[in-house]
Every structure is written in structure tokens, then in C-alpha cells.
Design a protein around this ligand. Structure first.
Ligand code: ADP
Ligand code: MG
Length: 358
């Protein structure tokens, strides 16, 4: 069965690369139009030259000199070479247009969890086993990184999960489901929750340390909370330096997490523009706003909730390993090995490729 998985991924990669090599980029379209007008014009001019000078050889010489063959052929060849070079590094460019947009891009926006961090978070602290066990009972139904951390920790502590029904996932907010007689919610506090001072204070404390605090509520009752942390990717800070060297002028973080955890990671990797507490549509709006101010935006994300922002961006980049299918199908570029520094490399290759074309 392992072979099937490998083959499927492999054939998926092949089809993506083929698709990229077949698509027409704007400059290819231009050249096609150009060739359609230029070629007959040159032939006509060659005839005129031949007739005017009365010398057939002059006409032929003109034809050879003016022939645009090298130009018309060089663009597709450059694209195929660029896409192929990157594929060998595990960077899949799914369209020729993606390559041109990558070369031009001057703004880099990144999701935090799963993108700047490894997406393998773990539970650091809880207000107690009751909250953790209840949270795990609901989180089994979620594919979120935080959900996996909560389920794993409950398992490690030997807590028994209760049956859950009517599960609802709210992207950027959390997940809920009916456990026993009550709707249990895990994530940000839902409206109408009666706050418990000790729990709220504890979460504040966690967030000040840069942790992600997740509330557990049952009905309107605040049961407790769980503190989760995620490791920043080793190469993240260097990758951003390289991206700036490759022509990126603006770097921003777009995250659904709390501002304190966001700033912690941001200062660690060297980002000073931070937008936190965002819903998926806020991310899309911020990408569009940057575009309206004349920027060409690369958006890097991993989650289902990042897919709309990836689609909005000039270049959508999805994480290959940590990323979800939804983010990958909307992406122009997929980092198969999850290495953020490959993005700067890709941008350099894209610039060289488009330089060859010009
Ligand atoms: P990011 O933008 O950093 O990838 P998300 O948009 O996925 O983050 O989530 C934003 C916030 O919403 C999380 O920090 C968490 O507070 C809450 N959240 C979302 N999904 C879940 C879940 N399944 N369990 C607990 N909390 C969640
Ligand atoms: Mg994410």
C-alpha cells in the first residue's frame, strides 16, 4: 500500500509540472501575437527589398537577419528549464504564469501556524484534566494542528474520550460538538460565555509568554483552558533575509492566533508587520489591500482557512508536508519539503528565467 501513496503523489507531481509547462504565460501570449504579425511583415519586407534592389540575395539576407526564431523559441524553453530546475529541489510551480509573478513579487505575507512554525504543536500546560479530556473528545473530529496536540496529550495522560455528535468546525475560531447534553466548544470563547476570572487570568499569562491559549466551554460555562506551543522553523529567519535579498520589500505575518503569541514568533524570525486575530476573510482582504496599493503579493499558508488568501495573492504558496489539500489545490507553488528558504531560491530562479526571456 505504501507504493500506491508514493505513486499517487509522484503522478500528481508529474501532472502539475506538465500542466505548468503547457500553460501560456503573458509573455508567451505576447510573443505568439507578435510572431503572427511580425513574420508575415518580414516576408513582405524581404520581397520589397529584393524587388527594390533588384538583387534576390539582398532580399534573402534581410529575411535571415530579421527572422525572430530565437526569440519566439527562447521563452517556452526558459520556462521549462526553470520549472524543471525547481522541481528537482522539491519546489513545484504549477503554472508558467506563477513563475513570472514570482519574479515580479515584492511583498511576502505568511501565515504563522504550520507555515512559520512546524505545525507539530504540543500541550505545555492545562487548567486540569477535566478541560483537556473534554477538549480531546471534541477535537478528534478536527484536522487542525492544535486539535492533534490536544488529542495526543489526552491520550498520553490516559484520559478517556467521551462520544461526540453534531460537530461543527468554525475556521479561525475553533470546533464544537455535543458531549453528553451540552455543546462543548474548543478555541476562542464563543459569545455568551460566562467568564471565570482564574481561567481568563491564566490564559492571559500564557499568551504573554507567547503560548496559544485555547478555551474549553460547555454551554455557557467556562470549564478551563489548554496552553499550546509550536516550534518556529529552524530556517525561517534566514529564509526571510534571503527573500529580502531576492527582491522582497515588505514582509508581513497574517495569523488567526492571538497578538501576543504572534508577536513572539514575529520578533523571533524578524517580521515587524503583524496582523493577528484574523478570520480567513481578513487574510484575503489584507492581501487584496496590499495589491490595491500596487504590491505584487506572495502569500504562504498551510491551512484550509488560508486557501482563499492563496487564491487572491499573485503567487499562492502552500506547504507540501504540513499543508492541507485545500491549500495545495489553490496554490501556484508548493514547497514539497516545507523548506521556507526554498522560496527565495525559487524567486531567484524565476528572476533569472524571466531575465532570459527578456
Ligand atoms: P493560523 O492563522 O495561525 O493558522 P487558525 O486561523 O487556524 O490559525 O486559528 C486561529 C485560532 O483559532 C487559533 O489560534 C485558535 O485559537 C482557534 N482555533 C481554530 N481552530 C481550532 C481548533 N480546532 N481547536 C482549538 N482552537 C482552534
Ligand atoms: Mg495555519
Amino acid at each position: 500500500a505504501t507504493h500506491v501513496g508514493g505513486d499517487t503523489t509522484f503522478s500528481h507531481i508529474i501532472s502539475l509540472v506538465e500542466q505548468a509547462q503547457e500553460t501560456r504565460t503573458p509573455s508567451m501570449r505576447f510573443l505568439q501575437r507578435f510572431a503572427a504579425i511580425y513574420t508575415p511583415a518580414v516576408i513582405a519586407l524581404a520581397l520589397v527589398v529584393g524587388v527594390l534592389t533588384g538583387d534576390v540575395r539582398m532580399g534573402l539576407t534581410f529575411l535571415v537577419i530579421a527572422c525572430p526564431g530565437a526569440l519566439v523559441i527562447s521563452v517556452p524553453v526558459a520556462i521549462v528549464a526553470g520549472v524543471g530546475n525547481l522541481a528537482r529541489r522539491g519546489v513545484l510551480v504549477t503554472s508558467g504564469e506563477g513563475l513570472e509573478n514570482l519574479a515580479r513579487a515584492d511583498s511576502l505575507m505568511l501565515d504563522k501556524t504550520g507555515t512559520l512554525t512546524t505545525g507539530e504543536p504540543h500541550v505545555v500546560e492545562t487548567t486540569g484534566d477535566e478541560a483537556l479530556g473534554l477538549a480531546a473528545s471534541v477535537e478528534v473530529a478536527s484536522e487542525h494542528h492544535l486539535a492533534r496536540a490536544i488529542v495526543a496529550e489526552a491520550q498520553a495522560r490516559g484520559l478517556v474520550r467521551q462520544p461526540v455528535s453534531q460537530v461543527e468546525v468554525v475556521p479561525g475560531e475553533g470546533v464544537s460538538g455535543v458531549v453528553g447534553h451540552e455543546r462543548v466548544h474548543v478555541g476562542k470563547t464563543p459569545a455568551g460565555t460566562v467568564p471565570v476570572e482564574s481561567v481568563v487570568a491564566r490564559v492571559r499569562e500564557w499568551e504573554n509568554q507567547g503560548l496559544t491559549g485555547v478555551y474549553v466551554t460547555a454551554g455557557r460555562t467556562m470549564v478551563g483552558a489548554v496552553a499550546i506551543t509550536d516550534q518556529v522553523r529552524e530556517e525561517a529567519a534566514a529564509a526571510l533575509v534571503q527573500a529580502r535579498e531576492a527582491g522582497v520589500k515588505q514582509v508581513a505575518m497574517l495569523t488567526g492566533d492571538n497578538p501576543r503569541a504572534a508577536h513572539q514568533v514575529a520578533s523571533h524570525v524578524g517580521i515587524d508587520e503583524v496582523h493577528a486575530g484574523l478570520l480567513p476573510q481578513d487574510k484575503t482582504r489584507l492581501v487584496a489591500a496590499a495589491q490595491d496599493s500596487g504590491r505584487h503579493v506572495i502569500m504562504v499558508g498551510d491551512g484550509i482557512n488560508d486557501a482563499p488568501a492563496l487564491a487572491q495573492a499573485d503567487v499562492g504558496v502552500a506547504m507540501g508536508g504540513a499543508g492541507t489539500d485545500a491549500s495545495q489545490t489553490t496554490a501556484d507553488v508548493i514547497l514539497m519539503t516545507d523548506r521556507l528558504d526554498h522560496l527565495a531560491h525559487a524567486k531567484r530562479v524565476a528572476r533569472k528565467t524571466t531575465w532570459v526571456m527578456r
